[in-house]
Design a protein around this ligand. Structure first.
Ligand code: CA
Length: 225
């Protein structure tokens, strides 16, 4: 697995390079995002670790360029900016995860593994059945089950549940859910999302608690229960 690390602080960069290579990742490091763009042109890595505050091109600008090029490479932001607004912004620019500095190698490793797992699932054909936490959706028949029980879901609820199951542990902000599930054509308030999630939770019964609320941020599916 090839990881591209973008970090301008030399000490941290070297520490992470060393730590990650010990975990058997092939690490390429860049001290700024301009160099990193050239590197990505040459070879798209399997994962990018991205610092936000960089000399020259900023982390979020880099992320925008990558996502505009339609590159689905998982990106984990590593940043000393730990405010809720910064985290939401990062996720909305297309980051897969956000790791506030300072962090342990152990936590970084867990985040990297979770990202790889999600990326792997993302490659599943859209028609394949997906299961997580006792809940299964079958996109072909548009049938969803919770244990043995067949769920009676509306189209939007089904889409919402499918999205959650495809990307367990991935945080979705309300805006992202609105964009993905409802598209841009409808003007909706984020309460629409809340209302649909509330209904979906209710229909899932005890497994409804798999949908976790991140206050003020959004939702995620936890496959632990
Ligand atoms: Ca920095």
């Amino acid at each position: 697995m090839r990881i591209l690390l973008i970090e301008d602080e030399r000490e941290l960069r070297e520490l992470l390079e060393y730590g990650l290579s010990r975990l058997n990742y092939k690490v390429t490091a860049a001290a700024n995002a301009n160099d990193a763009l050239i590197m990505v042109e040459e070879t798209v890595p399997d994962l990018i670790l991205l610092d936000l505050m960089l000399p020259g091109l900023q982390g979020l600008q880099f992320l925008d360029i990558i996502r505009r090029k339609n590159q689905a490479v998982p990106v984990i932001i590593i940043s000393a900016r730990t405010g809720e607004d910064d985290i939401i912004k990062g996720l909305e620019h297309g980051a897969d995860d956000y790791l506030p500095k300072p962090f342990s190698m152990r936590l970084l490793e867990a985040k990297i593994n979770a990202s790889f797992r999600r990326a792997g699932r993302g490659q599943q054909a859209d028609s394949e059945k997906i299961s997580s936490g006792g809940v299964t959706v079958d996109p072909e028949s548009r049938r969803a089950t919770s244990g043995d029980e067949v769920l009676q879901l509306t189209q939007k609820e089904f889409d919402l549940l499918s999205l959650f199951l495809r990307r367990p542990q991935k945080v979705f902000t309300r805006n992202q859910l609105l964009n993905i599930i409802w598209g841009y054509e409808v003007e909706l308030v984020s309460r629409t999302v809340d209302a649909h999630v509330a209904m979906l939770r209710k229909k899932l019964g005890p497994r409804g608690s798999n949908i976790k609320t991140l206050p003020k941020i959004g939702y995620l599916w936890a496959d632990d229960g």
